[in-house]
Structure formats: structure tokens, C-alpha cells
Unconditional design. Structure first.
Length: 183
């Protein structure tokens, strides 16, 4: 007597309908779990962006406290890696693992930021300054984030060239400007 017949006679097996229902339920549950996981990853990257910009803003405020002005910007990057008062400061590279991302005052040997961070999602942070104010921009992935520049995060917030893929929708600024102010 084959084993299948033995199991069916004793009621120990599953019918095809029961197996299909179980597989369907598992498929639905895994789809829900995966979408929730993707959403949490997106929120995690956005939290990292916000934290990065806040830390950079703190370093810029310390620089301003020491010098009386914010470092200049060039194509969305900080001029200050390192900062020399006698020569043109070097361009800081976002996420560079070397000397090119150390935001520091070389004249006084003061380190403001050891290594400027890189955006976790492949976008770019963007810095704009006129010496008396600054704006730091990022692109948030979560279009329901309450901290976006506009109420609709999916819309282009502040276009800044090709950085943030043209849709920077989050900013941290010096106290004397808003993200939408022209510099």
C-alpha cells in the first residue's frame, strides 16, 4: 500500500485546495512584510540624512562663531577642507574617506567635522552660502515626511541644479534665512 493512500485513508494529508489556500496566505503575508521592510529602510535613510545635515549645520555654526562668517560654497559643496585665510580654501568632497572631507580651519588647527558624510541613497547633499547665511539641502525619499520644505514632499522643493536630482525637499538653514530665501 503506497504511503499516500495510507495518509489519505487516515485523514493525515492535505488536499490541493488546502495547500493553495495556505500558499496564498503566505504570499499575502510576505508581500505585506516586504513592503513594510522597504518603508522602514526608506525612513531609516531619511533619518540619517536629517542627522547628517544637523551635524554639518552644527559644525558650520562653530565655524561662524570662530570666524564671523560661514564658509563659501562652490557647486553645492563647502569650501573649507581645509580652510586657509591666506589662500583659496579647498573644495570639500561629500563622503570622501580622506583629507578632502575634513572640514577644518587650518590656520588655527581646529577640526569642525572629521569626514563630511555622503547621502545614504546615492543623492547628493547640497550647500549654498553667501558668508552670512547658509542652506543645506537633501532629498527625502518618504513623501509623507512632515519636515519637507513644501507640504507635498514628492513635488520638487528647491531646484538646485542637478543635485538632489532636481528635487531637494528638505533643508536645514542658518537662523537668518529659510530654505526658500534667495541667496
Amino acid at each position: 500500500m503506497p504511503i499516500f493512500n495510507f495518509l489519505r485513508k487516515n485523514g493525515l494529508g492535505f488536499t490541493l485546495i488546502e495547500l493553495l489556500v495556505a500558499i496564498t496566505i503566505l504570499g499575502i503575508l510576505s508581500t505585506i512584510a516586504l513592503s513594510s521592510f522597504r518603508s522602514s529602510q526608506m525612513r531609516s535613510r531619511d533619518a540619517k540624512r536629517k542627522s547628517d545635515l544637523k551635524q554639518i549645520a552644527n559644525a558650520l555654526e562653530m565655524f561662524y562663531s570662530d570666524k564671523g562668517f560661514y564658509p563659501s560654497s562652490y557647486n553645492g559643496k563647502i569650501l573649507g577642507c581645509p580652510y586657509y585665510s591666506s589662500t583659496t580654501p579647498s573644495i570639500c568632497q561629500w563622503g570622501a574617506p580622506d583629507y578632502n572631507s575634513e572640514f577644518r580651519d587650518a590656520d588655527r588647527d581646529v577640526l569642525y567635522f572629521k569626514s563630511l558624510p555622503k547621502d545614504p541613497g546615492g543623492f547628493s547633499y547640497y550647500y549654498v552660502s553667501n558668508g552670512q547665511s547658509f542652506r543645506l539641502f537633501a532629498h527625502l525619499e518618504n513623501d509623507k515626511d512632515q519636515n519637507c520644505i513644501n507640504s507635498d514632499c514628492s513635488a520638487t522643493g528647491v531646484p538646485v541644479g542637478n543635485n538632489c536630482n532636481g528635487s531637494c525637499n528638505f533643508a536645514i538653514t542658518s537662523a537668518n534665512v529659510t530654505p526658500k530665501d534667495a541667496l
